[in-house]
Design a protein around this ligand. Structure first.
Ligand code: ADP
Ligand code: MG
Length: 277
């Protein structure tokens, strides 16, 4: 509806997700605990379809936990508990009967440390995304998905002639783009990225940022970053999380990235984005 006219979302490029359209993600009063330790407090946030939302804030304020809750990955930790709702395209992903595997097939994740299967070929690494999501595809379809997702990840030109080489033979930055391709092969509606460039050199970081820019408008992206310049470059919307020694992580301020950086409403936001803590 009220899309920025410059947004990829309005450019007519087809949505990359399997549902064939752009899908939003929303949390309502989301709180989280590890055992007795409350780590998130009533986090309400809308992540707009086809846009990039950056999550910023100091270490330990719950950004990774929040991200993992968005695709039910936090459930792998036994002590984790949740209150509130997560809506994917308006549907509660924690409603009875919803399976974590189905959620993860629609909401992919890329981590700080590139984690391809090092001995597995580049081709098979991409295909492994499908297998992990329980998606069956014939050979022709697999080949198509491998090329499409490597292209979207900005890696196709570099690897098209060595798809049988091991993933571990790639540079760190290429490995991270391979991991992005592996996530994209599933054709998710949402891609979650937890500090995807923290382990990369500046050139590789730039390539990943270009990939994110290209993906804008094709799927919904949520990226955690400690790099304020990066948040300003890649995101349209931004949420600033903060925890203190006795209060769980919560959102201090969320809104258009430009507003948080240039005209923040809260002094703590101003201090954080300007590197004062
Ligand atoms: P951030 O990503 O912003 O640095 P995290 O989400 O990793 O923050 O951590 C938020 C809080 O949750 C921290 O206090 C951290 O110690 C705690 N925490 C994170 N993961 C676990 C876990 N598996 N078990 C117990 N506590 C955890
Ligand atoms: Mg983290």
């Amino acid at each position: 509806p009220d899309q920025d006219p410059a947004a990829g979302a309005g450019s007519g490029v087809a949505a990359a997700g399997r549902s064939g359209r752009l899908v939003g993600l929303q949390t309502q009063d989301l709180s989280a605990w590890f055992g007795d330790h409350k780590v998130l407090e009533r986090v309400s946030l809308s992540m707009a379809p086809g846009e990039v939302t950056a999550l910023i804030g100091p270490s330990g304020c719950g950004k990774s936990t929040y991200l993992r809750i968005l695709n039910r990955m936090h459930e792998m930790v036994k002590s984790a508990q949740l209150a509130g709702r997560v809506l994917l395209d308006g549907d509660d992903i924690y409603a009875p009967g919803r399976r974590p595997a189905d959620v993860r097939a629609r909401v992919g994740m890329v981590f700080q440390r590139p984690n391809p299967f090092p001995a597995m070929s580049i081709y098979d690494n991409v295909v492994s995304g499908l297998k992990l999501a329980g998606i069956k595809a014939g050979r022709a379809r697999r080949e198509e998905l491998v090329e499409t997702s490597l292209t979207q990840a900005g890696l196709w030109a570099e690897v098209r002639n060595r798809l049988r080489s091991p993933g571990g033979a790639l540079s760190g930055g290429q490995q991270q783009r391979l991991c992005i391709a592996r996530s994209l092969a599933v054709e998710p509606d949402v891609l979650l990225m937890d500090e995807p460039c923290s382990a990369l050199d500046p050139t590789s970081t730039r390539r990943v940022e270009e990939t994110i820019a290209d993906l804008r408008g094709r799927l919904t992206i949520v990226i955690v970053t400690h790099n304020m310049q990066q948040a300003a470059r890649v995101s349209q919307n931004c949420a600033f999380f903060l925890a203190t020694h006795d209060t769980p992580g919560r959102i201090v301020e969320a809104g258009p990235t430009r507003q948080l950086f240039e005209d923040p409403r809260d002094e703590r936001t101003s201090d954080y984005v300007n590197g004062r803590f």
